[in-house]
Design a protein around this ligand. Structure first.
Ligand SMILES: C[S@@+](CC[C@H](N)C(=O)[O-])C[C@H]1O[C@@H](n2cnc3c(N)ncnc32)[C@H](O)[C@@H]1O
Length: 424
């Protein structure tokens, strides 16, 4: 409705400070997304990448580690669309030496109300508070005041309305960070099928950015599991062809369910295919995306020793010259050894290490070398036939000499060749 004010926003939209919690290593991706998605309505603070910004880091990662800060002159709801942030918070600054200052300032409670108005009634059923000296008299009073003003009970473990209190840097003052959503942004609503070991969706979103997504892309998500990367790719924008493969039918069914839940039914072709022996024609994808088994929760280190080089070789075969492959793995020594051996096909353009709890996986952006240079040692080519989908621009070239189970309905079915259905 023209001129209508969105819930949760003050009429004048005076700039407000926002802090995104980000997996350390992904700050530049979040800063770039803020610039791309919010444009001139967001002014990044601190070092221009949104890191720092004059607060004490409370995550032990150093100033700016795992955080991107900006001033926003747009509806708060626009921040909820960010895909590379784990969570986003409205920052309320309150002057005063003691935490009791938080009680004497109504702006905190006004902003809590603004956040609650962003979501349907009942989305927040309880609150929780994280703060140094949480059991001090002042913070006990603050918790009591929050209960009184919001009508919500405190749930120290699962409270959806989440506030973090910390001391501000510089002159006396406190900062209250009010999370903008009942669950972290990284907990995607589309994840109806939860594969143990599924990739963190913000890492998947960063991998998509590394591939520089374009509408003309032909994209293959190798070993797609529950489809995290495929969903994030398609949520970011259209692709001429999006396909996913996995050996596990249950994983493919999960990908299908997650695509449906994301409103992307029919947007991808799924196939039960071995990523080391794809029944696909040479050079038919510009973008390959893969979350390789790390070898502990999924697969084994022994299996990976054979799997990793085979996947790199087969991906090189189906990649178009100049095309890219974005890989995430935690099995770094093995992968780097395999990369050296695959150096005739792939050049490494960028590496990004991500700090995710106990894991420090690396995202690799690889570029397929031109075939002329690599022709002498190209991975072996197979005979193929072209299978035409509903639209000729979305052909998937299938090698008829190898078995596969491919389906365009988003559901794996033996030898059901791709047909596309319209998006819902
Ligand atoms: C790390 S998981 C992918 C998880 C996925 N990114 C997600 O978020 O759900 C690796 C996947 O590779 C699949 N896989 C293992 N070996 C394979 C192979 N040779 N060909 C195809 N898929 C394979 C497994 O079934 C598993 O689903």
């Amino acid at each position: 409705m023209a001129g209508a004010r969105r819930q949760g926003d003050a009429p004048e939209l005076s700039p407000r400070a926002i802090e995104c919690e980000v997996l350390a290593g992904l700050e530049p991706f979040c800063a770039a997304e803020v610039r791309r998605a919010l444009g001139h309505k967001a002014e990044l603070l601190g070092d221009g990448q949104g890191a720092g910004g004059g607060h004490e880091s409370d995550d032990g990662l150093g100033a700016g580690g795992g955080a991107v800060r900006f001033r926003l002159a747009a509806p708060l709801a626009s921040v909820l669309e960010l895909r590379t942030a784990v969570a986003a918070y409205l920052v309320v600054r309150v002057p005063g030496r003691r935490p009791s200052a938080l009680l004497g300032d109504t702006s905190l409670f006004d902003q809590v109300d603004a956040v609650r108005r962003l979501h349907p009634r009942g989305a927040f059923r309880s609150f929780r508070l994280s703060a140094p000296g949480k059991d001090s008299a002042a913070l006990r009073r603050l918790r009591a005041e929050l209960t009184a003003r919001t009508g919500l009970p405190e749930d120290p473990d699962d409270g959806e309305l989440y506030l973090r209190i910390r001391r501000a840097v510089g002159p006396d003052g406190w900062e209250a960070l009010v999370r903008l959503s009942p669950r972290p942004l990284s907990a995607r609503a589309w994840r109806t099928f939860n594969l143990p070991g599924a990739l963190n969706a913000t890492i998947a979103a960063a991998m998509v950015e590394l591939s520089r997504p374009r509408a003309s892309d032909r994209v293959l998500n190798l070993m797609c599991g529950s489809g995290t990367i495929l969903v994030e790719r398609l949520a970011r924008g259209r692709a001429a062809l999006a396909a996913g493969c996995d050996l596990d039918p249950a994983a493919l069914a999960g990908t299908s369910a997650n695509l449906d839940a994301a409103g992307l039914r029919g947007a991808a072709v799924l196939g039960r295919m071995d990523a080391t022996a794809l029944p696909l024609r040479d050079a038919c994808f510009r973008v390959l995306l893969a979350d390789l088994p790390y070898g502990h929760r999924m697969g084994s280190h022994q299996d990976n020793a054979a799997l990793y080089p085979a996947v790199l070789a087969e991906a090189a075969r189906v990649a178009a010259p100049g095309g890219v492959m974005v890989v995430v793995t935690h099995e770094l020594r093995l992968f780097e050894r395999c990369l050296r051996e695959a150096g005739r096909w792939w050049s490494v353009e960028r590496e990004v290490q991500v700090y995710q709890k106990g894991h420090h996986p690396v995202l690799y952006l690889l570029r397929r070398r031109p075939r002329a240079a690599a022709a002498a040692q190209s991975p072996s080519r197979s005979t193929s036939s072209r299978i035409t989908t509903a639209s000729d621009s979305t052909n998937i070239e299938v090698d008829s000499s190898r078995g596969s189970e491919v389906s365009g309905s988003g559901r794996p079915a033996r030898m059901a060749w791709p047909t596309r259905t319209k998006r819902r």
